[in-house]
Design a protein around this ligand. Structure first.
Ligand code: NDP
Length: 283
């Protein structure tokens, strides 16, 4: 029998727990956390992601501010705005919604966020902490996947985990987190030869490639745990993952749906890390 890894349900559970915690903070007059989200330009998908984040913060019960800038804002001006937020002691987390307009150096902008306020976990310093095995802030998608696997009590020790995709925000940090849990990890990418032969060996298969339903049943070992990070629009405009869900479902022991799998967990981990920063700051 295949079990659906219901990210929406688990995310709601965690958000409820955080909501209860915020109610207690309010009761004792403790300063509530604040998340600042920066959005540049009018990218429709980005607007949707930012709204989802704002709604989650509102539900949990802490402050969130959205700073919107026109797409022709200069990089220097944006860096100056980020610096103001870095200096603001009431702001616990800063997030710059990607993608940024082409005239901007994305890396330079991300590095300008104070590492202690980097709730997205993309700052090279935080990546470095993760690499040496002492994570401080985690990239939210891999963190969300680990939390989901943990809540379903999926044992990772000694398992062969295959990751398809090596991006800085998903594939690479995912490999480190799985390694810390004693999985044996293989990372694959677009230049990997015989991809199917490798994915067929996976006990845990994590797919983050941005290719509509590319991973079909023949890529998957019987009984594998399949996590689909992909969020793509197919030719009919429908939101689909990187995994052909209906095809793979009967072969998997556990599988995430799209939507309702990894996506809600990512947002929830962002909230969790913002609150955690406020916990640390007020210690
Ligand atoms: P990137 O485009 O940054 O990276 C894609 C990776 O997939 C690259 O490493 C690339 O290889 C690899 N790849 C692409 N095509 C193939 C292929 N045919 N075979 C093997 N490997 C391939 O994407 P992201 O990591 O940012 O995102 C991946 C997907 O996850 C997207 O659909 C995105 O929308 C989604 N996403 C979802 C999130 C969520 O919360 N649910 C959060 C973040 C992303 P190479 O390095 O060789 O180019």
């Amino acid at each position: 029998m295949t079990i659906v890894l219901d990210g929406k349900k688990i995310a709601e559970e965690i958000q409820r727990e955080l909501h209860e915690e915020m109610k207690d903070w309010k009761k004792c007059g403790k300063r509530l956390p604040k998340l600042a989200v920066i959005i540049v330009g009018d990218h429709t998908a980005s607007q949707v992601y930012v709204n989802n984040k704002e709604n989650a913060a509102k539900y949990i019960g802490f402050h969130s501010i959205v700073k919107e800038f026109p797409k022709d804002i200069t990089e220097e001006k944006l860096l100056c705005e980020i610096d103001k937020l870095n200096q603001d002691s009431t702001v616990d987390g800063i997030l710059v919604q990607l993608p940024l307009p082409l005239h901007m150096d994305e890396e330079r902008v991300l590095v300008s966020i104070g590492p202690e306020k980097d709730v997205d976990g993309f700052h090279p310093l935080n990546m470095g902490h993760l690499l040496v095995g002492h994570p401080e802030k985690l990239p939210c998608t891999p963190y969300g996947i680990m939390t989901l696997l943990d809540r379903y009590q999926i044992d990772l020790e000694g398992k062969h985990a295959v990751i398809v995709g090596r991006s800085n925000i998903v594939g690479k940090p995912m490999s480190q987190l799985l390694l810390h849990q004693n999985a044996t990890v293989t990372v694959t990418h677009s230049k990997t030869k015989n991809l199917k032969e490798i994915t067929q060996q996976a006990d845990i298969l994590i797919v983050a490639i941005g290719q509509c339903e590319m991973i079909t049943a023949d890529f998957v070992k019987d009984g594998a745990v399949v996590v689909d990070v992909g969020m793509n629009r197919n030719s009919e405009g429908k939101l689909v993952g990187d995994v052909a869900y209906d095809d793979v479902f009967p072969k998997a022991s556990f599988i995430t749906p799209v939507p309702g799998g990894v996506g809600p967990m990512t947002i929830t981990m962002l909230m969790e890390q913002t609150i955690n920063n406020a916990r640390i700051g007020d210690r």
